[in-house]
Structures are given as C-alpha cells and as structure tokens.
Design a protein around this ligand. Structure first.
Ligand code: FES
Length: 391
C-alpha cells in the first residue's frame, strides 16, 4: 500500500481546486443594508426632533416633557424617571444630538462600534421607558433596534463603504502593508498545490521539513510582511486619522442640527395636534358656584376650541372641548396605550396620540384605531354661570 505524503493529516477528499471564495468581502457587504438603514433612521429621527419646536414645547402633547411624564407613570423604571422631569427639555436635546451622532457614525461607518454601542444603549433605554408595554412585545420597535445594533458592536462596520475601513486601508498602504482582508485556507491545501512540497519536506528549504511558519510560498519576497512595529504605527496613524475625521463630522453634525432646529423654529415646526390654552384653574373665574371642581372660566374656550386642564383627583392632564353652544366634553388625555398625552386639532373628529398614532373619537372618547386597547376616560364638565366645573 502506497504511503501517504502527509501521514499526520487525515485523508482529504479529492479537491476541486478553483479561485478561493472571497468570504471576508462578502460578509462585509452583508451587513451594509442594515447599517445604512440604521444610520438613515437615527439621523432622520434626530433631525425630525430638532426641526419640530413642538417636541420641546411643554404645552404640546407631542413634547418630550409630556412623553417623559407618561413614561414616569407607566415605565418599569418610573422611579428613576420622576427626578428627571424638570430636565425634560435638556434630556430631549441630548437624545436628539445623540441620535444624530449615532446615525452619522453608522451611515459613514466611522467609529462604528462606538456608534453601535450608543445606538443599543439608546434603543434599550427607549424600550424601558416608551415601548416596554407594547403587546405583543415585537410590535415595539425599540427592542428590534436594540438587537439590530448588536452585530455592529461585535463585528464593526466592515470595510466596505466605511470610513473606518477606508482609514485602515489608507494607513496600511502608507506603510506599504497589504490590506488585512485576507482569505484563510488550510495549510494542507497549500501543500497540495505547492510544487516544492514532497514527502513532508520542502525543496525551497533545501529539503528541510515543511512548516507553515517558515513557508517561502507564504512568506516570499512578493508577500508584504508587517512587523509588530509597522502595525503599531499603522494603528496610531489610523487613530489620528479617525480622530480628525470624527472631529470634522461632529462639527458638521452640530452645524446641521442647529440649522435644522433654527429652520424648524422659523417655519413653525411640524403640525401636531394640540389642545389649546391652559384653563389655568379657578384664576379669573367669577360668578355662580356649582358642584365639582372649578377649573376655570368658560369664556376662555370659544365654541369649536379646547383648553388643557389638570384633572381634579388624579392630577392627569385633561382636555375640555367646547363642542357647541352649551355643550362641553372633557377627557383624561393620558393615552391608555403607553401614557403619552393625546392631542386634538380644532375641527377634527379625532383625538390623536403623537407617540404611536392611537386615535379616539371626539364625541365619545372611544378608540378608533392604533395600539390603544380602550378609549379615553370621560369626565363630566358643566358651565355654571360662566364657570367650568368638572365632576
Ligand atoms: S402611547 Fe402609544 S399610542 Fe399613545
């Protein structure tokens, strides 16, 4: 029986030799659509917040103040959120700019692991505060975003269409070192196709034993070899270039964010349902007295308009709508879904929740659409001699 040339290796099947699959490159392209989607989404979400003055206007149901109030009521970490309520505006600004930094980082593939870590932390925070009660759980987007960021924390952006990849290649090329995206193949396969390998010896090494660490085919003069010092310099060059690029992108992001916020204020922001003026309690109310709690003067709410009010008892935000002469409606505007404050645009037949789009019938408060499982709590409001009383 003929002796195998490589007795220490298991018998290999007959190999069908062809050009190696560029597995590394393919895997780098594979994550690109997801990275671009996350980058575009986070950038858009940030600019949308910055361009919308209602997001920072505590009187608007769509404001960060009202969303945080809702979260402080329903979130599993509500105890942590209560002390944050006075800083809601600042928190909204931090969230908007964090989203911008994360989105641009993902979009450009710059410091991708850090951007992905930021995206995962932000998504998980939003999951705990905003979408924790989404049912079934997979209908809440934040938990999905959280898991979508994880591959980029593990693997980075990949080198395709990415500034991280470009800077790494540039730094290596400057040092005369080949790109690092090499394709790994078993050494036994190299031996099989190598004309210098014979019976465990290498004719290029004057008949010495064949070994991968001294293989002249792998370490030949044609192959650019990187020393530890070279790689250290490449790494340093990469860090400096990455830092300069990140500073340029951060400056652009701040200019972009501020310009968007300025334009939003100038144009008046996205149209969002509101509830009109605040009734302001008993201040200014005069005349006859009635049963219930006096919440303000009826003269402040013309027919077809509404006003916000703090509801007696629960302290929840509420809305008083003057439907027609002598006819009033009052609802608790805490959305039964996840606690955002529902708003109403005069003339509209529905009250709309700005968070996930639940809609409620103005006439009854019943739910018409969206994730809310039931309608708004209705209260009785009466005009007694020009004063509004809620019972
Ligand atoms: S809080 Fe989700 S629809 Fe209102």
């Amino acid at each position: 029986m003929a002796r195998s040339a490589t007795p220490w290796l298991p018998e290999l099947p007959k190999l069908n030799l062809k050009a190696p699959v560029r597995a590394t490159s393919l895997s780098e392209w594979a994550l690109l659509p997801l990275r671009l989607f996350l980058g575009v989404t986070f950038t858009f979400a940030s600019l949308q917040k910055l361009a919308n003055p209602n997001f920072f206007n505590a009187a608007s149901p769509a404001s960060i103040q009202n969303q945080l109030k809702g979260a402080a009521q329903f979130s599993p970490i509500h105890a942590l959120l209560h002390p944050m309520l006075p800083y809601a505006g600042t928190i909204g600004m931090v969230i908007a700019y964090a989203e911008l930094a994360i989105g641009l980082g993902a979009l450009l593939g710059l410091y991708s692991r850090i951007a992905a870590l930021g995206g995962a932390v932000l998504s998980f925070s939003l999951f705990l505060t905003v979408s924790f009660h989404a049912s079934p759980y997979y209908t809440g987007a934040d938990i999905v975003f959280f898991f979508a960021w994880l591959p980029f924390i593990v693997a980075g952006s990949g080198s395709q269409l990415s500034l991280d990849g470009y800077l790494a290649r540039y730094a290596r090329a400057k040092k005369g070192i080949a790109a690092s995206d090499l394709v790994a193949i078993p050494f036994a396969q190299v031996q099989l196709v190598c004309g210098k390998f014979k019976q465990n010896t290498c004719s290029a090494l004057s008949g010495a034993a064949c070994r991968s660490d001294v293989c002249p085919v792998l370490l030949g003069s044609q192959a650019p070899i990187a020393t530890a010092v070279d790689l250290d310099m490449v790494k340093r060059r990469q860090v400096v270039l990455g830092g300069v690029t990140a500073a340029a992108v951060a400056t652009t992001a701040v200019i972009l964010g501020s310009t968007t916020a300025g334009l939003g204020k100038l144009i008046g922001g996205a149209k969002s349902p509101s509830a009109g003026n605040n009734l302001g309690g008993a201040t200014g109310a005069t005349g006859a007295t009635g049963s219930g709690t006096l919440v303000g003067s009826a003269a402040k709410v013309p027919v077809g308009h509404a006003a916000t009010v703090q509801l007696p008892g629960s302290g929840d935000p509420g809305i008083v709508i003057h439907v027609k002469e002598g006819e009033w409606l009052c609802y608790d505007t805490v959305c039964p879904h996840l606690g955002c404050t529902v708003g109403w645009t005069p003339g509209s037949a529905v009250l709309v929740c700005p968070c996930h789009g639940s809609m409620f019938d103005v006439a009854s408060g019943g739910v018409i659409g969206g994730p809310a499982s039931h309608g708004l709590r209705s209260l009785t409001v009466k005009d007694v001699g020009g004063n509004l009383y809620i019972q």
